[in-house]
Design a protein around this ligand. Structure first.
Ligand SMILES: [Fe+2]
Length: 269
């Protein structure tokens, strides 16, 4: 099983604590506990903390304005996830690393407690990670991308904007797969050019394409690629109100790797 989480695990503490109880098989029906006992990977798709100074006047909305303290608390929460579960972590636009893509992994100087977690794998954004391989199986390739370029395409691509916009991450992810690039238009995301390779090109067709950023869980499938957008753990911010985000916090898509069937578990209202 895979679970996908993203976006500021500290804000909705009560809901996140419910998730932690569930993943420790201490909450839910017998079936739900059984699902929890089989989770092997938790994908954390960036924006682990809210950061500070990410948008104007953000500090007025924050409980903790020191990003090192934010990461310390975040790591304390993630340390409650059982150690046999791999935590696959990439940065987002709120994290302590460069904003330009490809984003290098979250800076260790700021987030040392995360690096101290023995089950955490700190990756760049985007990345391709291969999971679940064995002697007789080549594993699943998971394309992970936080989704900072998404805002541009929700606003600019008519067929997405007029068919639900921010509520339709599935349309957007399909659009990017068709373009075979995570930010196909120049200026859709800040970018560091590499003369040798464009790391935002979708070179290999992945088995899973997972993302975050828009704070609303969605799951779909495009030509055999499972598309998953993670939810969040915070309410609507003033900035989201302005740009038209409709967050739906405290949801976790769970994938059964045997059947590719997905359930979205709800840990809040
Ligand atoms: Fe984000």
């Amino acid at each position: 099983m895979i679970a996908v989480i993203t976006n500021d695990v500290m804000s909705y503490k009560e809901d996140f604590n419910k998730f932690l109880r569930w993943i420790n098989c201490d909450l839910g029906s017998e079936t739900q506990k059984q699902i929890a006992s089989k989770v092997k990977y938790v994908f954390i798709l960036g924006d682990l903390v809210d950061g500070c100074g990410v948008y104007p006047n953000q500090d007025k909305e924050l409980e903790i304005t020191d990003i090192k303290v934010q990461y310390k608390l975040c790591a304390e929460l993630l340390s409650k996830i059982p150690r046999h579960i791999k935590l696959i972590i990439c940065p987002g636009n709120h994290d302590a690393t460069r904003l330009a893509e490809p984003q290098i992994p979250i800076y260790k100087d700021f987030a040392e407690p995360l690096y101290d977690l023995p089950n955490a794998l700190m990756l760049s954004n985007p990345s391709i990670v291969n999971i679940h391989s064995s002697k007789n199986f080549s594993g699943f390739n998971v394309l992970i991308y936080h989704g900072y370029s998404f805002d541009f395409y929700f606003a600019e691509v008519e067929s997405i904007r007029n068919n639900g916009g921010y509520d339709r991450a599935d349309l957007l992810m399909k659009f990017l797969l068709q373009k075979r690039h995570l930010a196909p238009s120049y200026t859709s995301s800040p970018y560091v050019p590499d003369p040798n390779a464009d790391s935002l090109v979708i070179d290999m067709v992945p088995d899973f394409f997972v993302s975050g950023h828009i704070h609303k869980a969605s799951v779909s499938n495009y030509k055999g690629v499972t598309l998953i957008s993670g939810s969040c753990w915070q309410s609507k911010t003033a900035y989201q109100e302005k740009v038209g985000h409709n967050p739906e916090p405290s949801r976790i898509p769970i994938v059964n790797l045997q059947t590719r069937h997905i359930k979205v578990l709800k840990f809040g209202k």
